[in-house]
Design a protein around this ligand. Sequence first.
Ligand SMILES: Nc1ncnc2c1ncn2[C@@H]1O[C@H](COP(=O)(O)OP(=O)(O)O)[C@@H](O)[C@H]1O
Ligand SMILES: [Mg+2]
Length: 119
Amino acid sequence: MSDKLIELIHVYKDFIVRKGVFGKEHRPGIWDVNMNIRKNEIVGMVGGSGGGKTVIAWMIVGLLKPTKGSIIYTPMGLDVTKADKKQLKQYRADVQLVFQDPYSSLDPAHTVKWHIEDR
Ligand SMILES: Nc1ncnc2c1ncn2[C@@H]1O[C@H](COP(=O)(O)OP(=O)(O)O)[C@@H](O)[C@H]1O
Ligand SMILES: [Mg+2]
């Protein structure tokens, strides 16, 4: 059954936390994340501060590149981690992010649907 919309497969993100005389120090941000978002499904991600929710969301919309792994957008047959500029532009017509501060990102006089739909 192919009702998959977005699929995260063995996704890792390391951060370089320090550059010194002994070279770069890498710190794992998130590791081995596997997740499916299916059509008509609402998925919530729950976790403590620093757990990786924002990093995962940024990677899904292509604002951050994983160190390793694939993020597949099934309707386009696209691996978001390998997408070029043109493909990302097309992808972002479908997949968007509402940023964290809801008071600056959303107008309370309208629904979320109103904000993200093509007008
Ligand atoms: N630019 C960055 N440089 C170094 N570490 C980062 C950076 N962005 C996020 N991290 C680390 O990645 C982990 C996940 O952070 P984040 O996704 O912001 O968590 P959450 O949104 O769940 O609070 C944390 O350990 C955080 O310190
Ligand atoms: Mg966050």
